[in-house]
Structures are given as structure tokens and as C-alpha cells.
Design a protein around this ligand. Structure first.
Ligand code: NFS
Ligand code: SF4
Length: 657
């Protein structure tokens, strides 16, 4: 049998031993997960895969074939691919900015004095955000500052024209804003851009692929803005993350406790459930449990890990398998990346799936409308359902894989800055730029994104990060990529010993040494967990900080991004703004673009000429590591050459490379 065929038939498509154990335990039980459905779905449609299937009007679907080189309306492949691409970006932009809007609206209530159980947890962050946005903080109360910050945030969604996005302008370096203005992709606001982009892709509207791609990038900048608002305001509401220590993977499930899995993305709900669970330990004991344990899946898991030290249970691909351990009493979900399949799996066990948001319901699930005005009351109701479910648990069906690893997480940009400031209080980021100039580090890489069974679950995340760490690239991670590293023990100091190249090891050891009184005896991890997917903005802020330190535009900073197992529309929009903001971006699943060599060429090459960032598609993790290393090292090399020349001739850095 051809190698590919064998791979396609393998149900055990994961590198995670806990996942393999659950799959083995449930083999033949009839409980179906994504690992089975993926096989049922083969072979997948190659037209869709290449992006050349159009369903934008109901004359379609139109597929580009040898016989039919254009859609019925005459749209060629480049129009179809570009329109599909922009719609994927809009899916991501809408999802992220709706999340940001939700956070904004909660803070709007706080600003009006009706926050209920919500309040300003981090007034210092509020001031930092306000100052960044040029909002006066002198002599004003937190409440007054918050009012103005929230008003501006609301404006970022609804502004019609006359003023370009302020949140975007103030979060990136001026050179980038100038670039966006020159290319006419600087947005007024999120909602306006989403509407104009949807209009642009209606049947019989824009057919020009370049115009469409530029509009996709403008939409992606709105994605960035919505995410930045979400991160900034979540920090104000719940605190800016600082280092925390816990464990990850299915071994965190406790046989004798009420296990609540928090799944989704928005901390507005999960923070409250964590709080309620802490308060309701007695109720759980009355029900015969030893207590209540919360644990996270996907990005709501990352949010409560970063701020509350809640252990990550698993990442996207294996969300159903968590239930198949028989030990999850309730899976509480908010928004995004929630497989509808969890309900059918839960019905084979005692697990209650609790949906909580009006636009995220799953038939037959338990729905508790999470009304923010009564947040704690609702959170307690949710925890009560979990406690009641615990009593129904079937001990025969419980089988918890004893697999877990220690995790040190909580690296917001502020937390990283503090670590660096222990070495250089005046210029913290110089600690990184010096390490790169002196050859200790070769650069940085952000690992982000989802899981996707088109490659083996977790394998690409793992392989590429380890390979880059060996080659002295400082790794940071978010989202389900971070989930992989947490599960596999790459987010603790043992991994530094095992995998870091000599330079990276020396760098981390120096930070450890300078911070030894601050980390409660802990040591720093190999990979720095910067948070959920909206927190990719934290990772980009790090790039901005390095660009400011070097006084160069971001495309000159040796910092790449990689989404080895990308899956969602959100990953498409994040990848697009990373490119627009100047990063080389590796994607390990080829997105539906190559059906138009023209659009593919824009993504892979032309983008580089215009924005400095560009995409690289590469499924093979070893090959991807080589490409990422080459992309980062090229920048490091150029930067060094130009800095040496500027020093020698006593001139400023040439802006033209
Ligand atoms: Ni990002 Fe986080 Fe995970 Fe992918 Fe989904 S949870 S927001 S989209 S699957 S990383
Ligand atoms: Fe076909 Fe054109 Fe309609 Fe798309 S918009 S489905 S290509 S006729």
C-alpha cells in the first residue's frame, strides 16, 4: 500500500500518548470522534482543497476544471480563490472582533457602575492602555479613564469614516501605518470593513484578485484590532498574566473530584466558573466528591491558565476524547472551536455539555444563558449541574490516562519585560537584541494555531518547535500550539536542558539567574506561553518592541510565525495580519489558494515585496523547520551587516534593505 494511503487509513493520528490511550480504550465501542470522521471524509474534494469551488451564488457550485475554465458568470480561478480567501478572513475577523466586542460591552457596564460581579482588576493595565491610546490619565479616576477607553473601543467597531482606526495606529510602529496608508488598507473600523468586504465579494462585484487580496489584508488588520482590544480589555477585567505553575494533559483529571472542562475562548464566562468552583468545594463534598477541579480546553483554557493557573486538559483535536475518559462531569463551552460532535459523545457518558452563549447552541445540550448581570449566580448554576452530573458518573467507564507534564506559563508581554528588566532595567528589550547581535540567539519564532488531522495531531507543532529551539531560536507560543507544548513538557525547565541549543540555553539561564528571587524557586521554560489566540497580539507587540529597540521597521526583525496545524478561519486572518505586519509566516496545512497560481504567488512572493511579510506553505515539519530557520537567519544576517556598516561609516541604518 502506498505510504500516503496507509497514513490516510490510520485512526491513531496523534502523537499524544494520552490521546492514543483513549482511542485504544474506546476502540470498537461505537463512540465516534473526529479521528473516525476524518477517515469517513476521505477522499476530500480536491476542488475545495485548491480553492476553486465557488458557491457565492446559487447558479453554482462552479468548479474550475479543464473543461470549464470559468464559472458560469465568467469568474476565473483567480477571482474565485481571492473571493473565498477574503471570506475566510472575514470569518476569522468577525469571530475575534465579536469576542472583543463582548469584552468591551462588559466593561461598558463596569464604566457605568453596573458591572455586577465584574470590575477593574488591573488599574495599572488600564492606565497603560489609555496612555498608549493618548487618553489623558493625569488626575483622573479609574472609572473616568475606563469610560474614555471603552468609548474609543466602541468607536473602533462602529466608526463609519473620517477617522482611521486609532487602536491599530497606536499599537504598531509608525512605519507600518504609513505602509497601510500607501496601500490604501488602513481601516476606519471593524464593522464597516466587514460589511464593505462582504459586499465586495457578492456575485458580480469585484473580480480583480489584487484588489480583493488587498481588501482581505485590510480585513485582517481589523482582526488584529479586535484581538488587541480583546487582550487589552481582558487584562483590565481579569488581570495581566504573570508566571504560574501547573500541569497539563489528561492526567490532570481527578477520579475522585468533580471535573469541569472549560472550553471555548472568552474569559468573561470561564473566569466566573473558576471562581464559583473555588467557592463551592463544600457542595461537591456533600455530593461525595473530594472537591471540584476546573481544567481548560482550547483558548478559554489558555485564558484561565494564564491568569488562574488552571491546568490545560487537552487541545482542539482531542476535545471529544476528554469526554471519552468518562471522567469529565461537565464540559462548559462559550464561543468558537467547539465541535458539535461533543454532544453525541457526551450522550454515551454521564457528561453534561453546557452551552452558554445565545449564538452558540448545540441541539440536546444543556443551555444556561450566561447573563453577565448575574454572572456569579449563573456560574454557580453551571457548577451545580456539574456536581449533579458527578453523582451519575459510571465508574466502569472511567479510564484516565496517567499522562501529564509540568507547565510554567503566564508570559504576558509585561511579564517578559519584567524578566528582561532584571538583566537590563533601562532597556529591557536590549537583552534580546544584544543576544541576537552577539550570535547567542538566532531570532524568535511564534508558534500559533490549531490542530488539523491533515497532519498527525501535535506532531508538526512538536517537531518544528524542538528543531528551532535546538538552533537557538527563542520560541513563544499561543493557542492550541501552546496546548501541545504544555502537554508534552516543553513548557518547563527540564526541556531547556534537553532541547535548547547552547545559545538559547545560555540566554534562558541568564534570565533565570537574574530573576531567581522572583520566580518562587521556579525556573523558566523552553517555550514561553503568551496566551490564547487573541493574545497573538502580545506576541506581535514583542516584535514591535524589538523593532523599536533596533529602530527599524518590523520586516527587518528576525522573528517568524508558524501555524503548523492551522485549521480555522481565525488562523487565516491571523496569518494574514502577521504577513501584513511584516512576519514570514509558515503554514503547515496548505490553505485553499494554490488553485490560482496568481493569488498563490501574491501570498508567497508579492506580499514580501509590498509588506515585508510573506507566507510559506510546507506540510513536512523537517522541511518547514529548515525554511523557517532560513527565513529568520536571512533577517539576522542582514541586520548584522547593516548595523556593522552603519557603525563603521558612522551613519544611521539604511532604511532600504
Ligand atoms: Ni486559535 Fe484558540 Fe485552538 Fe485554533 Fe481554535 S482554540 S483561537 S482557532 S483550534 S488555536
Ligand atoms: Fe458560479 Fe459566478 Fe455564481 Fe460563483 S458567483 S457560483 S462562479 S456563477
Amino acid at each position: 500500500m502506498a505510504e500516503k494511503k496507509k497514513k490516510d487509513l490510520d485512526r491513531n493520528r496523534s502523537m499524544d500518548p494520552a490521546v492514543l490511550e483513549v482511542l485504544a480504550n474506546t476502540e470498537g465501542s461505537g463512540v465516534e470522534s473526529a479521528y473516525d470522521r476524518f477517515l469517513n471524509m476521505q477522499p476530500q474534494c480536491q476542488y475545495g482543497n485548491a480553492g476553486i469551488c465557488c458557491t457565492i451564488c446559487i447558479q453554482g457550485p462552479c468548479r474550475i476544471t479543464k473543461k470549464a475554465s470559468k464559472g458560469i458568470c465568467g469568474a476565473p480561478s483567480y477571482t474565485i480563490v481571492a473571493r473565498n480567501l477574503i471570506r475566510a478572513v472575514l470569518g476569522g475577523t468577525s469571530a475575534h472582533s465579536d469576542h472583543g466586542l463582548h469584552t468591551t460591552l462588559v466593561l461598558d457596564e463596569v464604566a457605568e457602575g453596573h458591572g455586577g460581579d465584574y470590575g477593574i482588576t488591573d488599574p495599572d493595565k488600564l492606565k497603560r492602555v489609555a496612555e498608549r491610546l493618548d487618553i489623558n490619565t493625569e488626575g483622573r479616576s479609574d472609572q473616568e479613564i475606563l469610560r474614555e477607553v471603552v468609548d474609543l473601543a466602541m468607536d473602533e467597531f462602529g466608526r463609519i469614516n473620517g477617522q482611521y482606526s486609532i487602536w491599530l495606529e497606536k499599537s504598531v510602529i509608525p512605519e507600518r501605518v504609513q505602509k497601510f496608508m500607501e496601500c490604501n488598507i488602513m481601516p476606519y473600523s471593524i464593522h464597516r470593513t466587514i460589511a464593505e468586504s462582504m459586499a465586495q465579494t457578492h456575485m458580480g462585484m469585484d473580480a480583480d484578485p489584487v484588489n480583493l487580496v488587498f481588501q482581505a489584508l485590510k480585513s485582517a488588520l481589523c482582526d488584529y484590532t479586535g484581538m488587541h482590544i480583546a487582550t487589552d480589555l481582558s487584562d483590565v477585567l481579569f488581570g495581566t498574566p504573570t508566571p504560574v505553575v501547573t500541569e497539563a494533559n489528561m492526567g490532570v483529571l481527578e477520579e475522585k473530584m468533580v471535573n469541569i472542562a472549560l472550553h471555548g475562548h472568552n474569559p468573561v464566562l470561564s473566569e466566573m466558573v473558576v471562581k464559583a468552583a473555588r467557592e463551592m468545594q463544600e457542595e461537591a463534598k456533600e455530593a461525595g466528591a473530594e472537591g471540584i477541579k476546573c481544567m481548560g480546553i482550547c483558548c478559554t483554557g489558555n485564558e484561565v491558565l494564564m491568569r488562574q493557573g488552571v491546568p490545560p486538559l487537552t487541545n482542539f483535536m482531542s476535545q471529544e476524547l476528554a469526554i471519552m475518559t468518562g471522567a469529565v462531569d461537565a464540559m462548559v463551552v462559550d464561543i468558537q472551536c467547539i465541535m458539535p460532535g461533543i454532544q453525541a459523545v457526551a450522550e454515551c457518558y454521564h457528561t453534561k455539555v453546557i452551552t452558554t452563549i445565545p449564538n452558540v447552541k448545540i441541539p440536546s445540550s444543556y443551555y444556561i444563558d450566561f447573563d453577565e448581570a448575574r454572572a456569579m449566580e449563573k456560574a454557580r448554576e453551571i457548577v451545580s449541574v456539574a456536581i449533579a452530573a458527578f453523582k451519575e458518573r459510571d465508574a466502569e467507564k472511567v479510564s484516565i490516562p496517567q499522562v501529564k507534564s509540568k507547565v510554567v506559563a503566564g508570559f504576558s508581554l509585561e511579564a517578559i519585560e519584567e524578566l528582561l528588566a532584571s538583566v537590563n532595567p533601562d532597556e529591557p528589550y536590549k537583552v534580546i537584541t544584544d543576544a541576537i547581535e552577539q550570535g547567542e540567539l538566532d531570532g524568535l519564532c511564534l508558534f500559533a494555531g490549531c490542530n488539523n488531522l491533515k497532519v498527525k495531531h501535535d506532531e508538526s507543532h512538536y517537531t518544528i518547535a524542538v528543531e528551532l529551539a535546538k538552533n537557538n531560536i527563542l520560541p513563544v507560543a499561543t493557542g492550541c500550539a501552546a496546548g501541545t507544548y504544555a502537554k508534552f513538557g516543553l513548557m518547563n525547565s527540564d526541556a531547556v536542558e534537553k532541547y535548547a541549543g547552547d545559545g538559547l540555553k545560555a540566554f534562558i539561564n541568564r534570565l533565570d539567574e537574574a530573576n531567581k528571587d522572583k520566580l518562587n524557586g521556579e525556573k523558566l521554560p523552553l517555550i514561553f506561553h503568551m496566551g490564547s489566540c487573541v493574545d497573538n497580539t502580545r506576541a506581535y507587540d514583542l516584535m514591535t518592541a524589538l523593532a523599536r529597540q533596533w529602530k527599524v521597521d518590523t520586516p527587518k526583525v528576525p522573528y517568524a510565525a508558524s501555524a503548523p496545524e492551522a485549521m480555522s478561519e481565525k488562523a487565516v486572518s491571523i496569518g494574514s495580519w502577521c504577513v501584513t505586519l511584516g512576519m514570514p509566516v509558515h503554514v503547515g496545512i496548505v490553505p485553499p489558494i494554490p488553485g490560482s497560481p496568481l493569488v498563490d504567488g501574491i501570498a508567497l512572493q508579492i506580499a514580501h515585496d509590498v509588506y515585508g511579510g510573506y507566507f510559506m506553505w510546507e506540510e513536512d515539519p523537517q522541511e518547514a523547520s529548515r525554511k523557517l530557520l532560513a527565513a529568520i537567519r536571512e533577517r539576522t544576517w542582514k541586520l548584522k551587516v547593516h548595523r556593522a556598516a552603519a557603525e563603521k561609516y558612522e551613519t544611521s541604518l539604511s532604511p532600504t534593505w
